[in-house]
Design a protein around this ligand. Structure first.
Ligand SMILES: Cc1cc2nc3c(=O)[nH]c(=O)nc-3n(C[C@H](O)[C@H](O)[C@H](O)COP(=O)(O)O)c2cc1C
Length: 218
């Protein structure tokens, strides 16, 4: 696939079909993600893919936690939306407004998004990316570059994705299921699979005008 098709074709999928991804394809996209740049080539990332039995265990654990209304406890702290800077807050508000407007009613939007979240979007695989706890903030940058390269590599193989905070809300339980060492920090879960034709997957998030993010001094 040419680069523009890959970049334009990646978007956040919130309902995956039951079709599984072959292990060879999963290996291939992680191998390509390893091409991402990192601080002094430190390559701080590790990837733990939950699929099949281990993913069923992850989903069952999520269900138990949600039924018990367990509080989220992510390794990376979450900041209240009210404390974000003005433009980023406005962008988040617009996203929420646009995605609700994509459905025929607020109730439909709310129900669809809640179901998707509770079912981890029905993903047949989740790639959990970690970095060691003893790394500088720069390694979070490296993990982000790695994650985006992984999602583009996936799209190039015809595989859809979504990075989710939702999938890393219970890191202790995930580390226990996937045998992730406790001295690693769980950064993100990239849910992978094949998109269905549902309404939620037809939504495309907007971007601000180029001149709002770019200043060139010549
Ligand atoms: C760090 C991170 C966490 C995210 N967590 C969630 C999530 O928990 N649930 C969700 O529906 N989308 C989540 N997203 C997807 C964003 O909403 C999405 O990337 C953004 O709206 C832009 O849309 P696009 O990916 O379709 O281009 C997350 C994205 C990032 C980068």
């Amino acid at each position: 696939m040419d680069f523009e098709h890959v970049v334009d074709g990646r978007y956040s999928v919130r309902e995956f079909s039951d079709r599984r991804i072959s292990l060879s394809k999963l290996r291939q996209i992680v191998k390509e993600a390893q091409k991402a740049p990192s601080w002094v080539n430190s390559q701080p990332w590790k990837v733990y893919i939950a699929t099949g039995t281990s993913l069923s265990q992850v989903k069952a654990m999520f269900h138990r936690q949600d039924v018990a209304q367990a509080p989220s406890n992510p390794d990376l702290a979450v900041m209240s939306r009210d404390d974000w800077g003005g433009q980023t807050q406005a962008n988040m508000k617009k996203w929420r407004h646009d995605i609700v407007a994509h459905f025929s009613s607020f109730e439909e939007a709310h129900q669809t998004m809640t179901d998707a979240m509770l079912k981890l979007n029905n993903a047949p695989a989740i790639a959990y990316i970690t970095i060691p706890k003893s790394t500088p903030a720069w390694s979070v940058f490296d993990a982000g570059a790695f994650a985006q390269t992984l999602m583009l590599a996936a799209r190039n193989q015809g595989i859809d994705s979504i990075p989710t905070y939702n999938s890393v809300r219970f890191p202790d339980e995930i580390k226990s299921i996937l045998q992730i060492p406790l001295d690693e920090r769980l950064i993100i879960g990239i849910e992978l699979g094949y998109a269905t034709n549902s309404t939620i997957n037809k939504y495309r998030a907007d971007r601000v005008p180029l001149d709002q993010v770019l200043k060139i001094e010549d």
